[in-house]
Design a protein around this ligand. Structure first.
Ligand code: GCV
Length: 851
């Protein structure tokens, strides 16, 4: 053992899959130095097999042995008071405060600070380490906290109580019962198939579900809603209710409760009633019965999550009932059992708004729908509000609804799975975005009213509020699809526990636990992660204009035009001279007026609106001058260049960590970062070309539409390939790509390289659609430089893309290629499936040039 401990600092890079996330309990550097300071046994004050206390004790045993190479066996306490003198030194005592009271001798009993539900007390100052929860779950949280400190090499003597910010610290999984359809197994999930469901039923093997519960418990999550808010009534059939009970069983030892999303029309769709009117007696009875049945199977069932009258879902408005009447239908059925009805505020009608009506605005929907209902919700209803008024965009103001619901408990819905932020192929660390939302002061009644003070209940005295995180975890080994993205899940849990937690501190603790204690690793991952949201905002959508992505399918690559002229309401109203939504009261949609007066006044005026939200609230000429002195259009151009330049530093930053990170995780992450760097250029060019086309205003720095190192594929000599006009036009350099004459034949594109001899990074921009594996070969003077396949869809979980567009556009780079004078470059493409081996251009980039 000693030998292996001594070797550890040198050889910590064995392959890892990522499945252990931050719970790797990796041996810490120089673990032997801690010998004598680490307890050698755990006393579990609750020995019932399913108790989270026992789970915590076992976790301590496993963790300590793994971190320190030292045994720390669990002893189960079976009652009887233990005197101080007889207690073995060097032990950890874990249990609830009540259990500790029976256990400890009067003379040695510590006084425990006040704990709220799920809180814990951790004390390492005495002869025993005490981990005491206000309840069993709290004790487990304390065990994870202690282990996290140890795994970070922190053995300082500490004694403190830790209480959660909010009672509702939930994860929402948008898991479908079946794979397939437009959204696959996990809607907006990029980490594989559902952990819970397969083929319409609950999976027989729930091992991964249990592992997920463990991961979530370690960051203080206390419930998971396991199925998609776009729910299916069959979740409530008796086979699935039995299955649901099995999921709850594997969650229980981790203190994680189970919740379900409901399909509002289930009484009709499943129960064969003729109505689902929430005031109809037969409907009320139906929901009461089904709820009772659930509680028979799952006595600690958390409650329901309801999406109603939104995006085609039925709801109370279908029967002219109010949203409150809809929510209360479920709340009443849940109330006798202590369950909660979480009712989503994401209610909007995409059939009635029209961009040509200047005052129409989807951002107004939540307040319009919920106004007047504040005093009508039952006490066990929580209204769950997406952080911004539209839909998880790269930047949005806080939803004004937080300031309207004063008598109703609210929770903030954050999206861990970054649907609009690069889908875990791009790196985007979200904690800074979430913190801006949580810390935003709505100034209700001209008094401090941060979002966190509203959802934690202190501002309006609503004790039942909280956080919902849409996670999208799946069954691949990385959980979310990307190793670095796991910092978002970690930070979400930490913020739900303590909304004041610091973005960098969370990130660095996570890095130590997930990768390494080495300062170089910590500094590099901090630098990349903290730069990632601004970089993504830079190349995806600036000044509050939203993520300019394809909103009609995918939500992934650039496609600004898809946001305009349709009833989804993610408009930015660009014309040849002006851009932005006028949301002022004076002249626009009135949305600014939905905020309390001080905030409304700030948003009403161009001068006082924060510039990162300028075009969210104002419609302005492209030539409007910002505080920086740039015009709006020049700011767009610059931000897109700067953001993509930052993204292009990530691969080399990550490469500098090669000696410190195991091969598998290193390679998998590098693959994503390299791809994302190339895709950031697709974003940059696409959006810049689009706005140049709309505004006809040239880039002062002459970069837009000026790419001196490119050879456009359509300008090459083609055989078996022909030019193809890409839609949208700005998703191709020069608007054209080339495609093979049929989807299964070969094409060749040849050109003379018009650059001097030298060393170049040769980049080929091509398109990889989901169905088919086209192949490409790149030759210089008939010598093969490299070959590759269109199989990207198997290695990333981002949206499935059928088209040749900004979502399927991708870059393959060969670094440091020696190019002779007057060389000939040739691409040979072979179509397959839907893929006609499309190519956009080839770049010959002198060393250090990014384009
Ligand atoms: C689950 C957006 C997403 C949908 C999601 C919806 C919601 O529109 O694109 O996938 O549906 O929000 O939050 O209900």
């Amino acid at each position: 053992m000693l030998l292996s401990l001594l070797l550890l600092p040198l050889g910590l890079v064995a392959a890892e899959t990522g499945i252990d996330a931050w719970l790797r309990y990796a041996p810490i550097p120089e673990a032997h130095k801690y010998a004598g300071q680490i307890p050698t046994q755990v006393v579990a004050l609750n020995s019932s097999e399913l108790s989270p206390v026992l789970t915590g004790a076992k976790e301590l045993e496993q963790g300590i042995s793994s971190i320190f190479g030292q045994s720390c066996k669990v002893n189960r306490w079976h009652g009887g008071r233990r005197g101080g003198a007889h207690r073995p030194a060097s032990s950890i005592v874990i249990g609830t405060v009540a259990e500790y009271s029976s256990y400890a001798a009067k003379d040695s009993k510590k006084s425990i600070p006040k704990l709220v539900n799920d809180g814990f007390y951790l004390d390492t100052t005495g002869r025993e380490v005490l981990i005491l929860g206000s309840n069993e779950r709290g004790a487990l949280y304390g065990a994870f906290e202690y282990l996290s400190l140890l795994a970070q090499g922190n053995v300082t003597k500490i004694a403190y109580a830790s209480n959660p910010e909010v009672p509702i610290r939930w994860i929402n999984q948008w898991d479908n019962l079946r794979d397939g359809g437009t959204h696959g197994s996990v809607e907006r999930g990029y980490g594989g198939k559902s952990l819970f469901f397969w083929n319409g039923e609950v999976r027989p093997d729930l091992t991964r579900a249990a592992q997920y519960a463990r991961l979530l418990a370690s960051i203080g999550i206390n419930a998971v809603v396991v199925n998609n808010v776009n729910a299916n009534e069959t979740i409530l059939n008796s086979t699935n209710l039995d299955g649901i009970a099995r999921i709850a069983d594997v969650f229980r030892p981790y203190g994680v409760q189970l919740g379900l999303s409901l399909y509002f029309a289930s009484p009709k769709a499943l129960g064969a009633l003729t109505t689902f009117d929430p005031l109809d007696q037969s409907v009320i009875k139906w929901w009461t019965n089904i709820t009772d049945e659930i509680y028979e199977r799952v006595p600690d069932f958390a409650g329901y999550l309801v999406k109603a009258n939104s995006e085609g879902q039925p709801g109370p408005l279908t029967y002219n009932r109010t949203l409150a009447q809809g929510a209360n239908l479920f709340a009443k059925a849940l109330q006798p059992h202590g369950g909660v009805c979480v009712f989503r505020a994401f209610v909007y009608d995409s059939t009635t708004i029209n961009e040509t009506v200047w005052t129409d605005d989807r951002a107004n929907a939540a307040v319009d729908f919920f106004d007047g209902l504040d005093d009508q919700f039952m006490d066990n209803v929580v209204v769950q509000i997406k952080y911004g008024p539209i839909d998880f965009q790269v930047r949005e103001p806080v939803s004004p609804l937080f300031s309207h619901l004063r008598q109703t408990a609210t929770s903030v819905e954050l999206q861990i799975t970054p649907e609009y932020l690069g889908q875990n192929v791009h790196l985007v660390y979200l904690a800074p975005l979430w913190k801006e939302i949580l810390d935003f002061d709505l100034r209700v009644d001209r008094a401090p009213s941060t979002v966190k003070s509203i959802v934690n209940g202190t501002r309006f005295n609503n004790p039942l509020g909280g956080f919902a995180g849409v996670a999208g975890a799946g069954n691949n080994q990385t959980w979310l699809g990307s190793h670095l993205a796991m910092s978002n899940l970690y930070a979400y849990g930490k913020l739900a526990w303590n909304a004041d937690a610091d973005s960098v501190e969370m990130l660095q603790a996570w890095t130590k636990l997930t990768f390494s204690h080495d300062q170089k690793v910590i500094d590099t991952i901090t630098s990349m992660s903290m730069a990632s949201w601004p970089a993504y905002e830079g190349f995806s959508g600036n000044l509050g204009i939203q993520t300019l992505t394809n909103i009609l399918n995918g939500h992934y690559g650039p496609d600004p035009q898809s946001q305009e002229n349709n009833p989804y309401g993610q408009w930015y109203r660009a014309d040849a001279t002006t851009i932005g939504m006028d949301r002022t009261v004076n002249n626009g949609t009135g949305n600014a007026g939905q905020y309390p007066p001080e905030v409304a006044a700030a948003y009403e005026s161009v001068d006082t609106t924060p510039e990162n939200l300028l075009l969210w609230f104002h419609h302005l000429p492209y030539t409007h001058v910002l505080k920086s002195g740039e015009t709006i259009i020049q700011h767009f151009y610059n931000a897109h260049y700067n953001g993509s330049a930052v993204s292009n530093t990530f691969p080399s930053q990550w490469e500098s960590l090669k000696p410190y990170i195991d091969t598998q995780r290193y390679e998998e992450q590098l693959f994503r970062l390299v791809y994302a760097a190339g895709h950031s250029l697709v974003w940059r060019d696409s959006i810049n070309n689009y706005f140049f086309n709309v505004s006809s205003i040239a880039d002062e720095q002459h970069r837009v539409l000026n790419h001196p190192y490119r050879i456009e594929a359509e300008s090459m000599e083609l055989e078996g390939y022909h030019p193809y006009l890409v839609h949208p036009f700005h998703a191709a350099s020069g608007t054209y790509a080339i495609v093979t004459d049929t989807n299964t034949t070969q094409g060749t594109a040849t050109a003379l390289v018009p650059f001097p001899a030298g060393k170049y990074d040769v980049a080929v921009n091509y398109y990889d659609q989901v169905i088919g594996n086209a192949t490409w070969e790149l030759y210089l003077d008939d010598a093969l430089v490299g070959e590759w396949k269109g199989d990207f869809e198997y290695s990333v979980g981002s949206a499935r893309v059928f088209y040749i567009d900004g979502q399927s556009a991708i870059r393959k780079t060969f670094k440091g290629v020696d190019v002779k004078a007057n060389a000939t470059v040739k691409i040979v493409g072979r179509g397959d499936g839907m893929e006609p081996a499309p190519v956009d251009y080839i770049s010959f980039l002198p060393q250090g040039v990014v384009d």
